[in-house]
Write a protein that binds this ligand. Structure first.
Ligand code: PLP
Length: 360
């Protein structure tokens, strides 16, 4: 018998929503926070060109993509690392800075992959209470332990959709010991850019990393491209644990092309925000408890876990798949990705029907 290590045996698999619809129903997936529309048309040509050279390994320095990111965000190209999705960067950060002698700290309703990435390193994972579904800087600072190595915070958060202002992030950073790495995951950053609170400058302190991704606002979830701004010494160490050929040539080309079409990305954000706010308004009118969202999804809080399961079942019966949230300590919640107007309209009417007692 081939035996895995007891550590891996004890881990539970990373769970995603099951994507299937009952017989005869069309599947409408509102479960993975994918963009509601395809990527910029400019991506097509870029990918076709990359495929023509697919017999060659991709650029291990991501030069084209890095230079575009640097120019757009006015940051040094040398401080950027690109990942096979930002998930790769998260996993490489925990691998580089944690082992069984350390701990990772995150808000209670954090992105579940922070936990998975921590478990892989055998470090302990600590969770700090939130204020409702908003991260609390006071609670995070109070939860720091002598062996805390990394604090992860997604801002805006997933699955909560809420955010804390820049001043609070700065207060968090200034309240943490200098030997604790702060990782700010801005996977939904583009949806909050209009607030004008960039935090890239925190990286200059040498103890903070900012992550972003092409999977959400840029509509490239299937291409697997994330990136981050790293202090130089941290980038050098993280690089060692990364796959040297991590992003396919098609992925790099697609991301660079999507980046160069800022107007398209901004339009995606505007369409998404308009549909999201309409959906939130409609659900509130119907009596649902929905959190304010700075992202491309909505978090609905039900009376209890049973009610959330019933609503989930009512949606699934019609082919609409949302994301249950027990993994993030919110078993009374469902997270609904902002889909097209038609998809959201359908989901909202099913929820209204369910709330009116169509539960039976
Ligand atoms: C979607 C998401 C990611 C994953 O991004 P990839 O770049 O697709 O790996 C990372 N962090 C948060 C908070 C997310 O919601």
């Amino acid at each position: 018998m081939i035996r895995p290590t007891p550590h891996v045996v004890a881990m539970s698999p990373y769970s995603l929503a099951e994507l299937n619809a009952p017989a005869g129903k069309r599947l409408i997936s509102l479960s993975q926070n994918e963009s509601l529309r395809q990527p910029s048309p400019q991506v097509d040509d870029a990918v076709a060109n990359a495929v023509a050279n697919a017999h060659l390994y991709p650029d291990p320095e991501w030069a084209g993509l890095r230079n575009e990111l640097a120019a757009l965000h006015r940051i040094p190209a040398s401080a950027i690392l690109c990942g096979n999705g930002s998930m790769e960067l998260i996993a490489c950060l925990t691998q580089t800075y944690c082992d069984e002698q350390g701990a990772v700290l995150a808000p209670a309703h954090a992105y579940p992959f922070f936990l998975t990435a921590t478990e892989l390193t055998r470090a302990r994972y600590d969770a700090a209470p939130e204020e409702g579904v908003t991260a609390s800087v006071d609670a995070l600072l109070a939860a720091v332990q002598p062996d805390t190595r990394i604090v992860f915070i997604a801002n805006p958060g997933n699955p909560t959709g809420t955010r804390i202002p820049r001043a609070e992030l700065v207060r968090l950073r200034e309240g943490l010991r200098g030997d604790i790495l702060l990782v700010v995951d801005e996977a939904y950053g583009e949806f909050a850019d209009h607030l004008g609170e960039p935090v890239f400058d925190l990286v200059g302190r040498g103890d903070t990393v900012i992550l972003r991704t092409f999977s959400k606002a840029y509509g490239l979830a299937g291409m697997r491209v994330g990136w981050g701004l790293f202090p130089e010494s941290i980038a050098g160490e993280v690089r060692k644990v990364m796959n040297p050929n991590n992003i396919s040539a098609a992925g790099q080309a697609a991301a660079a092309a999507a980046l160069s079409d800022q107007a398209y990305m901004r339009e995606t954000c505007a369409i998404t925000a308009r549909l999201r706010d309409g959906f939130l308004h409609r659900l509130r009118e119907a009596g649902f408890d929905v959190a304010e969202s700075f992202t491309n999804f909505a978090l609905i809080r039900f009376d209890d876990a049973r009610a959330a399961q019933q609503a989930d079942a009512a949606l699934r019966a019609e082919g609409v798949v949302t994301r249950a949230q027990s993994g993030a300590g919110l078993s009374d919640c469902l997270r609904v990705t902002v889909g097209t107007a038609e998809e959201l309209n359908f989901a909202a009417s099913l929820l209204e029907h369910w709330a009116m007692g169509g539960k039976a």
